[in-house]
Design a protein around this ligand. Structure first.
Ligand code: SDX
Length: 439
């Protein structure tokens, strides 16, 4: 807290209230309104939280105007170029990148939790083969808690840590099983001799009938994609995890709630929606027509992979992914016309006043799908990969909230605009044409 304050005045009564200001290490300061309702009888109204800080956090910092993303103070480009995903996991969970000994210990802890209980295989059998992979992930991750009754005490730091390790370690295994199930191929067990990303690729793409060699290019591209999606401040799915965790639900249930929230095409589902959009556009000659549709409020079409609640500049993750596109596709010998179409769409959109005025730039989802498609992933798996990566962000934010001594259950209020009190009428006297009491 600072000695700075804001004074609030009720212009109808002249009453004044002094509200304390909290300043962070960087970014906007906050006005503490926790006592506002008790003091004034008024709520604040901020339906999609455009001006609301839901918590204090030390994990991730975003400057939307400058297009800056930092995890524990490290710039995302620096992390993407110079660390591994598990090193970033260590930083998000514990506050700093690991030294040599810490890295070896953390990698060992994760590696030795990659297998899932054999009973989980039967959970998959209950789904249709064409079930959306995110539907399966919502189910099996939520069900994980039923296998770990020994580590559900959220007040025990050791059990919180083992749950975090289990989730980070098992998400790739569950995700790969989801892919294999959709393909009708046998599940591939984890191989503890492989790196985190190589193991994931092996579980996804190897088959018992032949040897599979994990390409170092794919392994590095996978690790970089996981780094870029690891955490992102208080986004919709992270806020979902925090709210679920505030009720003291177990961490597996909280992560399952994050997966459900991430699935939406306005959020993590956008990476799949971008490919669908590019295919719908089909050819660069059709771009102007679709840009006009994106501007038309009466047309539900939106430019998927464009725009962001926080970034009013280039999403730095999109910049890294865009530059990786060439390298990965060249290395894989993939010539995807959708990449050329994406580039042309971005070029034309950024020249269009509608998008420029609203500061709509490509976000993390605009290029990620093109790389994932080139790597051999079906489009329906793209958001699952996002969830695999984001699990460390979700569980780190959950851990930070649980370890905050002052945390309480999250319980927003509302501005009520419905019917005021009225009597129940006998069934034969209720007007069939009545409307809900007008707002
Ligand atoms: C992610 O929050 C995070 O950090 C999320 C994320 C993470 O890592 O966790 O970064 C991951 O979810 C990235 C975003 C992926 N979603 C998409 O690409 C879907 C397409 N984008 C839009 O749906 C939208 O931009 C959002 C949902 C991302 C942001 O929505 P906002 O902040 O509510 O923006 P808005 O709707 O208020 O838009 C402001 C204006 C509006 O026009 P006006 O009313 O001012 O005339 O911009 C327009 C919008 O209509 N607009 C778009 C647009 N996005 C916003 N118009 C056309 N196409 C778009 N994509």
């Amino acid at each position: 807290m600072t000695d700075k304050t804001f004074t609030l005045t009720n212009d109808q009564t002249g009453e004044k209230w002094t509200l304390p200001v909290f300043e962070g290490t960087q970014g906007p300061s906050t006005i503490d309104i926790r006592s506002l309702y008790a003091d004034t009888g008024f709520f604040t109204l901020d339906p999609s939280f455009t001006s609301t800080a839901s918590c204090k956090s030390r994990i991730t910092y975003i400057d939307g105007d400058e297009g800056i993303l930092q995890h524990r103070g490290y710039d995302i480009k620096d992390l993407a170029e110079n660390t591994s995903y598990l090193e970033v996991c260590h930083a998000l969970l514990y506050g700093d990148l690991p030294n040599t000994a810490e890295k070896a210990e953390f990698e060992n802890n994760i590696t030795y939790h990659t297998m899932v209980h054999e009973q989980l295989h039967y959970f998959y059998r209950g789904f249709r083969r064409d079930a959306h992979p995110m539907a399966i992930m919502c189910g099996v991750v939520g069900a994980l808690s039923s296998f770990y009754h020994d580590s559900l005490d959220i007040w025990d730091p050791e059990q919180r840590e083992i749950s975090a390790h289990r989730l980070i370690a098992k998400m790739p295994t569950l995700a790969a099983m989801t892919l294999k199930y959709s393909l009708g191929q046998p599940f591939v067990y984890p191989n503890n001799e492989l790196s985190y990303s190589a193991n994931f690729l092996n579980m996804c793409f190897s088959v018992p009938a032949e040897k599979y060699h994990v390409s170092p290019t794919l392994e590095r591209a996978m690790d970089k994609i996981l780094i870029l999606h690891a955490d992102h401040e208080q986004n919709a799915s992270t806020s979902t995890v925090r709210i679920a965790g505030s009720s003291q639900a177990n961490p597996f249930a909280c992560i399952a709630s994050g997966i459900a929230s991430l699935w939406g095409p306005a959020h993590g589902g956008a990476n799949q929606a971008v490919l669908e959009m590019l295919r719908q556009i089909g050819h660069k000659d059709n771009i102007p027509e679709f840009l006009e549709r994106a501007k038309d409020k009466n047309d539900p079409f939106r430019l998927m992979g464009f725009g962001h609640r926080v970034y009013k500049n280039y999403d730095p993750r999109a910049t890294v992914l865009k530059s990786s596109c060439d390298a990965v596709l060249d290395e894989l010998g993939v010539d995807d016309p959708l990449l050329d179409l994406a580039r042309e769409l971005e070029r034309i959109a950024l020249e269009d006043p509608y998008f420029a005025e609203r500061k709509l730039f490509p976000n993390v989802d605009f290029y990620s799908g093109i790389i994932l498609k080139a790597m051999g992933f079906p489009e329906e798996m793209f958001t699952v990969l996002f969830a695999v990566s984001r699990t460390v962000g979700w569980i780190s934010q959950w851990k930070e909230m649980i370890e905050e001594p002052s945390h309480r259950i999250g319980r927003p209020r509302q501005l009520y605009t419905g019917a005021t009190e009225r009597k129940v009428r006998p069934l034969d006297q209720r007007d069939p044409s009545r409307q809900e009491a007008a707002e």
